[in-house]
Design a protein around this ligand. Structure first.
Ligand code: ATR
Length: 517
């Protein structure tokens, strides 16, 4: 097994830079956007093709409006931009002519790999403006990406330019190709970015993977155009949550893989935990559509450990080379640990949902976990498996109720429980009411819905809802109103994350635990 992450070292030269992509309609609007995000940003890209036509005559002025190096980009329509080719050369020439070595000029200008204008390029060089030589693939990640970027970087290097490739990452296969390109291009100076949510790791991990900069969009900019929001993370989140500037080649990478994953709370638990312990490690969300492909991505990136969430928990167990008894008994894994750096020794599966589920009960109502006590579990999906396993292992008598009775029966048989449907007459069957009710269905996600509206709670019952959101679910709110003690899904999320943190780092979570500060 790979060792725990090392302590964060002293700050060195930046491994990468945060570049704010400005897509306002006026230069003044762009300057205002930058002022809002200034403290988290190292340089800016002026997407001049987004400017209103009247603004274009004043392009040369923009560098003087801001106090950071500026990249001038007039992207062509064929590369996803809005600039007609006929106007570009003139606009670029005028914009660069306003610059002088002593004055405020553009620090960079982006020109495409198939663009040639020796006069314009010479003028840029003479003014100390470095050319970024780019290519785009908006249809996907091409096979042979690394070779193509290497060629571009070699030619760019000979001319003192910087190579840039931006590719759309449409799914797990593209994601794997991009990760392998990063691995194969180690040590090559370049900007390499993946567009879209599948590619967001390329921005967060730019310092580890060796991309000279990472682009990001202003947070919640009004009227933000679609091109600026493709899986981009805003600069404050990059800086504060992911500690972008402390990520380097040696940073240990962990993450959560799932679909969907964008709203996972797990990065907000693990990253502050790493920070508090001074570990050189980062925890990244990975959207995936195929787990086997994603595990190849994980190998290419050298990922040390993963949280696994919907819909991959059962497949994660099957794909792992070895598994802890608990994961095997549940039939699902929420944790994968790399056997050696990057999983080359195969993955080891664990399940911290069991410990995570039990921990709040052990703290708040240990008497309910005595052998022979009764409990009702609503739902028979993946989450219910860990719950039913945990309760039956404690020796409780469990009744599983599910909308699809056949699933309830299958789960109940596996763990030796009783089962039934999720209807009013089943609610009646609960009689005086069990001491513990656990709600594992997805009903209540997003704040709406009650899986058993006919059921009348009894004061003193403990009601545990695995769903978490901004407040109690309708089910939990009813239980509270009836005088029940309640446990919400956040308590389980935190406890399972703490167990994972121990597996990832070999250390106790800091202070009172993850996300409790
Ligand atoms: P998870 O891994 O989060 O448990 P899952 O395996 O898809 O996700 O299981 C979802 C659970 O929520 C199931 O028990 C499902 O009931 P069915 O087996 O009948 O599908 C339950 N569920 C989802 N929507 C529901 C609804 N509208 N009413 C009642 N139960 C629902």
């Amino acid at each position: 097994m790979s060792g725990p992450p090392g302590a964060a070292g002293p700050a060195a030269a930046p491994a990468s830079r945060i570049c704010l992509c400005l897509t306002g309609a006026s230069l003044e609007q762009d300057a205002a956007l930058l002022r809002r995000e200034r403290r988290w940003v190292d340089l800016v890209e002026l997407r001049a093709d987004f400017l209103a036509p009247a603004e274009l005559a004043h392009l040369a002025r923009f560098p003087a409006l801001v106090d950071l190096p500026v990249i001038l980009t007039l992207r062509r329509a064929e590369d996803g931009g809005r600039c007609a080719e006929a106007d570009r050369r003139r606009l670029l020439r005028e914009a660069l002519a306003g610059a002088g070595p002593g004055g405020a000029g553009y620090a960079f200008v982006e020109l495409e790999h198939d663009f040639s204008d020796p006069e314009l390029e010479g003028a840029a060089r003479a003014r100390g403006c470095r050319v970024i030589r780019s290519f785009y693939d908006l249809h996907g990640v091409p096979a042979g990406l690394a070779a193509r970027v290497r060629r571009l970087a070699r030619r760019a290097g000979e001319r003192g330019e910087l190579a840039k490739a931006e590719v759309r990452v449409r799914g797990s296969r593209d994601q794997r190709r991009l990760a392998e390109a990063f691995r194969d291009l180690r040590g090559v100076e370049k900007i390499l970015l993946g567009l879209g949510e599948y590619g967001s790791f390329s921005r967060i991990l730019a310092g580890k993977l060796g991309s000279w900069l990472a682009c990001c969009s202003p947070a919640c900019a009004e009227g933000e155009p679609e091109v600026a929001t493709e899986g981009q993370t805003d600069p404050r989140v990059l800086t504060e949550l992911y500690r972008f500037r402390s990520i380097g080649p040696e940073t240990a990478v962990y993450g959560v893989v799932g679909n969907p994953v964008a709203h996972s709370r797990s990065p907000h638990l693990h990253n502050p935990g790493f920070t508090a312990l001074g570990l050189d490690a980062v925890y990244v969300p990975f959207l995936a559509d195929e787990l086997p492909e994603f595990l190849r991505t994980a190998r290419a990136l050298g990922i040390r450990g993963l949280s696994v969430t919907v819909p991959f928990k059962e497949q994660a167990l099957r794909l792992a080379r070895s598994a802890e008894d608990e994961a095997r008994a549940v039939g699902a894994a929420n944790t994968l640990l790399a056997g050696t750096a990057g999983g080359r020794g195969g993955w080891r599966a664990a399940n911290t949902d069991v410990a995570g589920f039990l921990a709040p009960l052990q703290r708040q109502a240990p008497a309910l976990l005595e052998p022979g006590a009764g409990a009702v579990v609503l739902g028979a999906g993946g989450a219910a498996r860990a719950v039913v396993y945990a309760l039956t292992r404690q020796g409780l008598k469990v009744l599983v109720l599910n909308r699809t009775p056949a699933r309830a029966r299958a789960l109940a048989r596996r763990f030796g429980c009783q089962w039934g449907g999720l209807e009013a007459r089943e609610a009646a069957r609960l009689g005086g009411g069990p001491a513990l009710i656990v709600q594992t269905t997805s009903v209540g996600l997003g704040g709406a819905g009650d899986p058993l509206p006919e059921y009348a709670f009894r004061a003193g019952q403990v009601v545990y809802d695995l769903v978490y959101g901004s407040g109690p679910t309708p089910f939990l709110a009813r239980a509270l109103a009836a005088g029940c003690r309640t446990v919400d899904g956040l308590a389980m999320l935190q406890a399972q994350a703490e167990a994972q943190f121990r597996l990832f780092t070999g250390s106790e979570p800091p202070g009172g635990g993850l996300g409790r500060g």
